[in-house]
Design a protein around this ligand. Structure first.
Ligand code: UD1
Length: 379
């Protein structure tokens, strides 16, 4: 029997840690001869620290194809992926024939655009991390999630809320599979190596006695007044606990434009860094006292690590991290951020638990479904 031909898509930073374990499971000897995975990188992220470093550290093989779409407005970026994906999918896999299925992860523009190109060419789509909903349609990622799920026919879900959301939207139950959290596969695999790196020590910090900050979403960084309010609190708190802040390129640009970068640079307790690789970042987050972030994935990682996470969003598509995990929604409210930081520093923050199936084995479950489904013998 001919092997199943999968086109696996990555584009932006949060995709790599989700695709790496899946690719490893698909490439594993147990599936040899059954499945061939072609890795396609759209090039949405192209900086070394937002892309290349993840291939090196996660041991992920190099992309078979690179589309080099680069940055641009949402429409431009989406259009470039659509156009270039159509061409690549039309050519088919290296050995000839047709792709049987596209596999996408997460909710970035590349995820949505690649899925749309595939489905219009009659190639079915499997979406890993399906069913997440913030119910906030001002977020580009929410639109990407809704569109991608609506055109996918294999919906691979990381927590039970996703099952409910997809049922409410009318997806047939046989297309929806609770598989757990593939990003946590990577976290569990890499944690021992990350701890060996002693990220805090190298910055002159002590494990458990610093915080980690990441901010890049438009709601927090695009309005200079909102950004200034957050900068005030972070600078003040850094007098009590040092804060490490690896800064996303768009945030550096916004801080500079708002004339706020100097406030951070002059604060002795603030450690501004370029975006970090996976291991360096995990080395810091896993030993932090607190995490302040507007990232989606970090809400999940902090939950598994048991580190308090103050989420700078008014809502989350990952409610399990609030209900069971360690995350608290802060919005962009500086006073609330200050109150909760004080609560953490005074040791009054609640404990969480690790959600079911966030066990490091999600990629194997997904690979098994992908192989079974196309052979027509899925459960
Ligand atoms: C994207 C994802 C977001 C994810 C984030 C993680 C979408 C809609 N958003 O947001 O969900 O949380 O990645 O990082 O897909 N830039 C560089 N170098 C790069 C890439 C981008 O400097 O390698 C700069 C460019 O100025 C670019 C800006 O960052 O215009 C934004 O990049 P883009 O890919 O559009 O979105 P992110 O904000 O990175």
């Amino acid at each position: 029997m001919k092997p199943i031909q999968l086109a696996c898509i990555v584009g932006a930073r949060p995709n790599f840690m989700k695709m790496a374990p899946l690719l490893r499971a698909l490439d594993a000897e147990t599936l040899a001869g059954k499945v061939v995975a072609t890795l396609i990188h759209t090039g949405q992220h192209y900086d070394k620290n937002l892309s290349e470093v993840f291939f090196e550290e996660l041991g992920m093989r190099r992309p078979d194809l690179s589309l080099e779409v680069g940055s641009g407005s949402h429409a431009v970026q989406t259009a470039r992926v659509l156009e270039r994906m159509e061409e690549v999918l039309g050519k088919g896999p290296a050995g000839g024939g047709r792709f049987d299925r596209l596999v996408v992860v997460g909710d970035v523009n590349s995820t949505m655009a690649a899925s749309l190109a595939a489905v219009k060419m009659g190639i079915s789509v499997a979406h890993v991390e399906a069913g997440l909903r913030s119910f906030d349609r001002t977020m580009p990622e929410e639109i990407n999630r809704i569109v991608t799920d609506s055109i996918s026919d294999m919906l691979l879900v990381s927590d039970p809320a996703g099952i409910e959301n997809l049922a409410r939207e009318g997806h047939p139950a046989e297309q929806v599979h609770l598989v757990g959290n593939v990003m946590i596969d990577t976290l569990m695999r890499m944690l021992p190596r990350a701890r060996e790196l002693d990220g805090p020590g190298r910055l002159g910090l002590q494990a458990g006695h610093y915080g980690v900050v990441t901010l890049h979403r438009p709601a927090n960084v695009d309005d200079p007044d909102v950004l200034a309010g957050l900068v005030d609190v972070l600078v003040d708190i850094s007098a009590d606990i040092p804060l490490v802040f690896p800064v996303h390129p768009r945030t550096t640009e916004r801080l500079t434009r708002a004339g706020l970068l100097g406030r951070f640079e002059q604060a002795p307790g603030i450690h501004l860094l370029s975006p970090l690789g996976y291991l360096d970042f995990l080395s810091l987050t896993s030993q932090a006292r607190v995490i302040v972030t507007d990232s989606g994935g970090l809400q999940e990682e902090s939950t598994v690590l048991g580190i308090p996470c103050l989420t700078m969003r008014p809502n989350t598509e990952r409610p399990v991290t609030v209900e069971e995990g360690t995350s608290t929604l802060i919005g962009s409210d500086p006073d609330k951020l200050r109150r909760h930081l004080v609560e953490v520093l005074e040791g009054r923050y609640r404990q969480g638990r690790c959600p079911d199936l966030w066990d490091g084995q999600a990629a194997g479950r997904i690979a098994a479904l992908l192989v079974a489904d196309i052979k027509g013998d899925a459960a």
